[in-house]
Design a protein around this ligand. Sequence first.
Ligand code: ZN
Length: 124
Amino acid sequence: MSDETKYYDDYPSEPIGGKNPYYRCSSCGRSAPEINGSIEGHLEDCPWRIQKKKELDIKRNKMGETRKQEFIDRYIVTFLATWTANNYSFACSHGRHEMLENPPVEDAEFLAQAAWKKCEELLK
Ligand SMILES: [Zn+2]
């Protein structure tokens, strides 16, 4: 379930009291039916809402970092394997096996970073 559609009821709550059977957020005072599990159901200046939004932003950034690292790792592996395969025949037929043992790792890393940057710009 995505964070956007998730039902959030982990805010501090208290009974509204009187004859009202419902609970309300202890931070902003909105009732549980008004909130209905949505972060936006809380008042904009609700401390719980502000804190929750912060946590979700941090989580989203971490997921972004993980995706970036996976992209770069896969790019480098694919790039180096392809480079080696493409140069294999040449190296063998020209007695230059040593070039296969020195693949362009730094270039692969640089190009992976550049490709990620470009993808991010285009896919925003
Ligand atoms: Zn609230």
